[in-house]
Design a binder for this molecule. Structure first.
Ligand code: IMP
Ligand code: MG
Length: 174
């Protein structure tokens, strides 16, 4: 199926918003250290940009859970493909995601991570599609709430492509 990509959020808009979230996190966690947990692969571009804008001490870790293949709908089947390297015990953890869609992935993941004894656990997502929510998830920091359309860029893919776009685009299938 042929597809094209239309710009939804420009690079400048995304960068400006990430700066605001970085400022907010730096304020909210003043005097503490934040441990950012990136959900691969989609969250990686956002996490790097966000981490550069946080002024309190930052440590990073990565995990990977099963996500979309070529399908654009969440299967609801989630498995850990790569686990964290470090313990979360006593840490102020912020999970950094690309997008919250049905909420299935995040609700599963947050429960799992909560069981590992972090001092606090927050969720930061670049994008949110609130209309698509099936499972309730508390989001602490949201870049942009967007309409129910399939988006790519800034880490988000369609069939593993377009992650490297420096902006957020909507995939139009024709
Ligand atoms: P959820 O479990 O339905 O919330 O799905 C979350 C995951 O689905 C995200 O971390 C993305 O990997 C993927 N996803 C959801 N919506 C989109 C989209 O519009 N474009 C690309 N990936 C998406
Ligand atoms: Mg993801």
């Amino acid at each position: 199926m042929a597809e094209r990509v239309e710009v939804l959020l420009t690079e400048q808009e995304v960068d400006d918003r990430i700066q605001q979230i970085g400022d907010q996190i730096s304020k909210d966690y003043a005097g503490r250290q934040v441990h950012l947990v990136c959900v691969l692969k989609g969250g990686s571009f956002f996490m790097c940009e966000l981490a550069k804008r946080i002024t309190v001490p930052v440590s990073l870790d990565f995990m990977s859970v099963s996500s979309y293949g070529k399908d654009t709908k969440s299967s609801g089947v989630i498995k850990i493909v790569k686990d964290l390297d470090e313990s979360l015990q006593g840490k102020d953890v912020i999970v950094v995601e690309d997008i919250v869609d049905s909420g299935r992935t995040l609700s599963y993941l947050l429960e799992l991570l909560r069981g590992r004894g972090p001092k606090s656990l927050a969720l930061c997502t670049l994008l949110d599609k609130p209309d698509r929510r099936v499972v309730e998830v508390k989001v602490d920091y949201t870049g942009f709430a967007i309409p129910d359309e399939f988006v790519v860029g800034y880490g988000l893919d369609y069939d593993q492509r377009y992650r490297n776009l420096p902006y957020i685009g909507v995939v139009k299938f024709e």
